[in-house]
Design a protein around this ligand. Structure first.
Ligand SMILES: [Zn+2]
Length: 220
């Protein structure tokens, strides 16, 4: 019983301070599998309508005010229906979030992710696309877009071109292709992210959010 309590305490301690030091490749893989599961478990609670709203107390707020140790970076769309902390049932200080319409990553977004990976030692990045994404659908429709929306759509268009000709819905395929391209872009990004991926201390995965049932599914 005593041993179990100590083990449980250690697990809890690791959960609160996930990665405060650089991990070796093997332990990082172990941690990342656990962090992915933590996100999926939270998403299941959300889908089932039984969120536990972890880490949202005044104590947690005061604790993380001294410093942040998020366990994952989430790159997702600005869409108001895809708030990461809610759909993954997480709290304050848990997720380092980069949100731009169409879950694309520009240089400023990349710098934010590099900061999380290099300085906060976050070892898991989730690129989260979602169904019926307005930005992707606009890129699929094509044509001229006003103002700076133009540059947003131009960033998504290569994914649309790549998805053309595949069986099924073009907007859905383009969204998935866009997520995959962002994942590949992050993995190959020099000098910081590519180095960490190569070392085995950083994992980048793609995922899809279903607007209807709220479920997050990892992409192969
Ligand atoms: Zn969207």
């Amino acid at each position: 019983m005593k041993v179990f309590k100590v083990f449980a305490f250690l697990l809890a301690a690791v959960a609160v301070f996930p990665v405060t030091v650089a991990l070796s490749g093997e332990s990082a893989v172990f941690s990342n599998e656990r962090f992915v599961q933590k996100l999926l478990d939270g998403n299941k609670r959300y889908v089932d309508g039984k969120p536990s709203h972890p880490n949202q107390t005044p104590e947690r707020r005061r604790h993380v005010a001294k410093g942040q140790h998020p366990f994952a970076v989430v790159v997702c769309c600005s869409d108001s229906r895809v708030p990461p902390e809610i759909i993954f049932d997480q709290g304050i200080g848990d997720l380092f979030v980069v949100r731009v319409a169409g879950n694309i990553v520009d240089d400023a977004g990349l710098g934010s992710i590099e900061y999380a990976a290099e300085h906060l030692h976050v070892s898991l990045i989730v690129v989260l696309g979602h169904e019926r994404c307005g930005a992707v659908e606009a890129a699929v429709r094509g044509g001229e877009a006003p103002g700076h929306i133009k540059s947003l759509l131009e960033t998504i268009r290569p994914a649309v071109e790549k998805a053309k000709g595949k069986p099924g819905d073009l907007a859905e395929n383009a969204m998935r292709t866009n997520v995959k391209m962002v994942v590949d872009h992050l993995k190959a990004s020099k000098p910081i992210l590519e180095h960490l991926v190569h070392k085995g201390t950083l994992t980048v995965v793609g995922a899809r959010y279903d607007l209807d049932d709220g479920m997050v599914t990892l992409m192969p």
